[in-house]
Design a protein around this ligand. Structure first.
Ligand code: COA
Length: 267
């Protein structure tokens, strides 16, 4: 299969190394979403794929989240098209959920910023290994007047508990690797130079194990958390509602003007 924004390398022991390369920021553009959807289709029917690693070609960004430029460009449609927006959110939720339910271990090798949808994609993986020093991880949507719309409200709450998830989401906290490790958002911290090697060692160790059993354990672990579906629907609808509040206009304009957004009502 051919891809525009990702590269796939098949390494020893059935490790599939996927490099996301969608300049300038690895934002989740239409092209990248198409490729991720095609990738899960390809991997799902590949019995030789024992462990999947998602990595980035960008020096300091893993994935910078939803395509904010696309969002601005599509702004006028967004205003009047609530069901279209929740469909877009649903599309990302479904795509990321296919990584979360893939019957082999999936690892995010986070070399730099994993913000918004980048954090959501990483949270859909079984493991997050993050390099200290090049970037931050977090659900930053509220700072833009949006909410996480690709499973983030559901997955962060499940991973970290309600209290921590609420704090990180409301304040749009960006954590460095060490802080993320301390709250349990990442499993392991490395230096930028050793990220690839340490992730590969970790992936190979998993690949040497009974990956079919891991896949079945993953199914049961997912079941232990209860159905995520209802929460996903609420999240997609709530994401669409944000476009009626007027806040995304303020947040997105401030982002592109490199200013802090001021959401207080004008006097
Ligand atoms: N969507 C589209 N383009 C994005 C983007 C996004 N999510 N994030 C960054 N970019 C673009 C910038 O507009 C810039 O483009 P330009 O070179 O044409 O001006 C380029 O990527 C580099 O970004 P820049 O902000 O200049 O780099 P930086 O090193 O100062 O900061 C980030 C990198 C990722 C920390 C910063 O861009 C950022 O905070 N992005 C938004 C992340 C976010 O909140 N995502 C959630 C979306 S819901």
């Amino acid at each position: 299969m051919s891809y525009e924004t990702i590269r796939i390398e098949r390494k020893d022991k059935g490790v599939v190394w996927v490099t996301i390369d969608n300049p300038p920021a690895n934002a989740l553009s239409e092209n990248l979403m198409n490729d991720l959807e095609q990738l899960v289709d390809e991997l799902s029917s590949d019995r030789n794929a024992r462990v999947v690693v998602l990595a980035s070609a960008n020096e300091k960004i893993f994935v910078a989240g939803a395509d904010l430029k696309g969002m601005i460009a599509g702004g006028s449609q967004f205003a009047g098209n609530e069901s279209g927006i929740s469909e877009q959110s649903g599309r990302m939720q479904k795509c990321f959920d296919r990584f979360a339910t893939m019957p082999v271990p999936v690892i995010a090798a986070i070399n730099g910023h994993a913000l918004g949808g980048g954090c959501e994609l990483a949270m859909a993986c079984d493991f997050r290994i993050m390099a200290q020093g090049r970037g931050k991880i977090g659900l930053t949507e509220v700072s833009l007047g949006l909410i996480p719309g690709a499973g983030g409200t559901q997955r962060m709450t499940r991973l970290l508990g309600r209290a921590k998830a609420t704090e990180l989401i409301f304040f749009s906290k960006r954590l460095d690797a060490q802080e993320a490790f301390e709250v349990g958002l990442v499993n392991k911290v490395t230096t930028p130079e050793s990220l690839e090697e340490e992730t590969l060692d970790f992936a190979e160790e998993l690949a040497e194990g009974a990956v079919r059993a891991m896949g079945l354990a993953k199914e049961a672990i997912n079941a232990a958390e209860g159905s995520i579906e209802e929460g996903m629907n609420v999240e997609a609808n709530a994401f669409a509602q944000t476009f009626k509040t007027g806040e995304p206009g303020v947040g997105l304009a401030a982002f592109f003007q490199r200013k802090k957004a001021n959401f207080l009502p004008k006097k």
